[in-house]
Design a protein around this ligand. Structure first.
Ligand code: MN
Length: 760
């Protein structure tokens, strides 16, 4: 425990009460009904229940529920029921009180929410193994019952992220990873944009502290310059809007460090190459009796009289709100300095919805069409969850597809609008209307032209689905759908078809054996599986069904021979798989084969020595035990983490931002270990550098020269492609650390024909 100075109790009591007072003040300032009584009762009950317990930071535990309630009230705009539930959210989980007690004292509405929160708590901070994919599933199920459960859960997570510095380092990564993987996308889907941004930024700060600092510094040093651009840009806008007699504000919107970093990673560009760091937002109060949508367009017209409009970047989310309720008119204009600047135009009401999402809808209480969309989304999730899937993690991915996707608008033949994720195909569209249209889709008419079912759709397309009753679902379709609904329906059909085929295979095999007077049983099945070298009996039966395996005399001879000589071990499936330990680059290069048992038992012993709670140091003495993940190939000084793979008996090093690692963080958080590098250049690591430039004579020679100059560098592979006078090459090189990569890239950039050299 950190040594904290215990404050005199009275003083502490007062601090707690002050925090509660702030909560009440915020609640009283809102336009909810004033139910101070029940909130005060919930506070007193929770305070008494958590009495004597402290958080890791040393402060009394009750400060956490109060903070969560404040977020729910002040930042999401929830009312008394939610505030009470937030105050009580850890009582059932952490104390002796039960949901029944809560129900008796505070009624069933609050008790149900607390119960929902207790169900999904899943030991995120406890020592219990947490299977986050399961937690996520529960989260979504509960959400479809009462969305307030998830809103309070997000408040809880936000407060835990804000106070993350007092957690163990290994826990920090796990919580940060989970936040980025699960909570930020949900917050975004529910329209809680401000909270989504904060969650992402906090996660980023803990996973990549140096990058975070660097971007923050760059933002500060370029601040003045942006301010000048902004002031010059908005001066004529002010004049024009004043003339319209509007009540409005104009503010500068700066991209968050996380989204800047994300863009740098995704597009392989530097901070300086990101040109949309500054955006502008106009928020207005509509005049009495004037339609707010009209006002948006009046402002739009005024702006286009001042500046040139980017022809392809106008987005009308005013007439067609996003599924999460977001409404605004986006335009991009050319600034006097020759820079494209995005302007978001919205009313105060639209602004509240953009920041507070669903909760703001309740406040404005207008039955808007977006509520129906939100219900539709929750309904889809329910449908997916109701269809049992063998692998929860698959499910997580499927649902995440829908959480992340941005949207296009597609029309039915009757002119009805459907919102689909970007990249959706005719098949997705078919499944979104009806399963029958999907499973029997033979093609589509897009804007009256005939296209295959796999055709991607564009915003504004009018789509008519063509069906055929004879058609069967095809496995390849899975590669052409992006919506969770289509994916899960196709998978369900394929599973059904597989089951039918499997019974067909079994029927054939039974008939064949019966003919030869051999009894069909699992023992025989397993022998045939080995004989035909199939990984599972299921695969064997499928191959029998579609004729890939032709049963004949060989099978009978094998079975009869084996039956007589049961001791023969000469043929086992295991012998067929060579075991290759791929560890660091040296053993991988040797490609040495070691026996399974030897390497396993020694690694098993070694794995047990890892202290999961403190930071693991990767140096010359430990590197041989570490397995460098092939998916992200970290090298020394990359922000990395370790994963103890208990089934494979390996300790794998991933980059912190690795997609694979994010999944592991969410599913096996307790096996994540914080690591830091302390290599003394005694080891080489493989990495890839992408070089792009003009395809001129001698460039390749210059590249080779540059590589040669960095004498320690070993080139493992080179892949060059040229196209229309341009080339790009992927150099696979062995290096000691990041510094060496940077030095090499800098050197390569000195070659005139080379325009880009970055690690990928
Ligand atoms: Mn909590």
């Amino acid at each position: 425990m950190p040594d904290t100075v215990t404050k005199p109790e009275e003083f502490e009591e007062q601090e707690v009460y002050q925090e509660f007072r702030k909560l009440l003040d915020a609640y009283l300032a809102s336009n909810h009904r004033k139910k101070v009584d029940i909130i005060t009762r919930a506070f007193n009950f929770a305070r008494q229940a958590h009495k004597g317990v402290r958080r890791r930071s040393g402060e009394p535990y009750i400060m956490h529920p109060i903070a969560v309630a404040r977020i729910a009230c002040e930042e999401i705009g929830l009312g008394s029921t939610s505030i009470c539930a937030a105050l009580l959210h850890d009582v059932v989980e952490d104390t002796e009180y039960t949901c029944e007690d809560i129900q008796n004292l505070f009624g069933s509405k609050i008790a149900n929410i607390v119960e929902g929160l207790t169900k999904i708590s899943g030991g995120i901070f406890g020592e219990r193994a947490s299977l986050q994919a399961e937690t996520f599933k529960k989260l979504l199920l509960t959400m479809s019952e009462d969305i307030r459960v998830i809103l309070i859960k997000i408040s809880d997570r936000l407060h835990n992220m804000r106070t993350l510095s007092s957690m163990l380092p290994s826990k920090q990564y796990k919580i940060a990873g989970e936040t980025l993987y699960i909570y930020a996308p949900i917050a975004s889907r529910l329209g809680l944009n401000r909270i989504k941004n904060e969650l992402e930024d906090l996660s980023f700060r803990y996973e990549h502290p140096d990058d975070y600092k660097l971007i923050k510094e760059k933002l500060t040093s370029t601040q003045e310059e942006r301010e000048t651009v902004f002031q010059e840009f908005i001066a004529p806008i002010h004049t024009a809007l004043d003339k319209l007699g509007l009540h409005y504000t104009i503010e500068a919107r700066i991209k968050t460090p996380y989204s800047i970093w994300k863009k740098m990673q995704d597009k392989h560009v530097t901070f300086e190459e990101i040109f949309d760091i500054l955006a502008t937002r106009i928020v207005f109060e509509p005049k009495e009796g004037e339609d707010e949508i009209n006002t948006c367009f009046n402002i739009y017209v005024a702006l286009t009289r001042i500046y040139t409009l980017h022809p392809d970047r106008t987005r009308d989310w005013v007439n067609h709100p996003k599924a999460n309720g977001y409404q605004a008119l986006h335009v991009t204009l050319m600034s006097p300095q020759g820079q494209w600047i995005e302007v978001q135009i919205r009313s105060q009401r639209m602004q509240d919805i953009a920041e507070q999402g669903v909760a703001a809808h309740w406040r404005y209480k207008s039955p808007s069409p977006t509520d129906a969309k939100m219900d539709g989304w929750i309904h889809t999730i329910k449908e997916i969850l109701d269809d049992p899937q063998p692998d929860t993690l698959d499910l997580l991915d499927t649902i995440k597809l829908n959480l992340f996707a941005s949207e296009i608008l597609v029309f039915t033949p009757k002119g009805e609008i459907k919102t689909m994720p970007t990249g959706a195909t005719a098949l997705d569209f078919a499944f979104s209307i009806h399963s029958f249209l999907g499973t029997n889709c033979i093609g589509a008419k897009v804007n009256h032209h005939l296209v295959p079912p796999t055709e991607p759709l564009n915003s504004g397309d009018q789509v008519e689905i063509l069906t055929s009753r004879q058609l069967q679902v095809k496995r390849e379709w899975l590669d052409y759908v992006t919506t969770a609904k289509a994916k899960s329906k196709i998978q369900a059909c394929l599973r059904k078809m597989d089951r039918e085929k499997q019974s067909e295979g079994e029927r054939r095999l039974r008939d064949f054996l019966m003919d030869k007077d051999i009894e069909y049983n699992t023992n025989i099945l397993d022998k045939l599986r080995i004989f035909h070298q199939r990984p599972t009996s299921r695969k064997l039966l499928l191959d029998v069904a579609d004729g890939q395996i032709a049963l004949g005399d060989d099978d009978i001879n094998f079975l009869r021979g084996k039956n007589k000589n049961n001791n023969s071990n000469s043929f086992t499936w295991r012998n067929l798989i060579p075991f290759v330990k791929s560890g660091n680059e040296q053993s991988a290069k040797d490609n040495r084969q070691s026996s399974i048992t030897d390497s396993q038992s020694s690694d098993e012993q070694w794995l047990k020595t890892i202290d999961r709670k403190s930071v693991f140091v990767i140096d010359e003495s430990t590197i041989d035990h570490c397995h460098i993940a092939p998916c992200c190939m970290p090298i020394p000084d990359d922000d990395a983490l370790g994963y103890i793979d208990e089934s494979a008996q390996t300790f794998t090093i991933h980059k912190r931002e690795c997609e694979q690692a994010n999944k592991l963080k969410s599913q096996f958080g307790n096996n994540i270990v914080a690591v830091k590098w302390n290599m003394q250049r005694g080891h080489l690591f493989e990495t890839t550098i992408r070089v792009e430039g003009a395809d001129e004579m001698g460039t390749l020679f210059q590249i080779a020269e540059s590589l040669f100059k960095h004498s320690g560098l070993n080139v493992k592979g080179l892949n060059i492609q040229t196209d229309k006078g341009f080339f790009h090459a992927d150099l696979s090189v062995l290096v000691h650390d990041i510094k060496e990569v940077h030095a090499l890239c800098e050197d390569l950039l000195k070659i005139e024909a080379i325009l880009k050299a970055v690690r990928v």
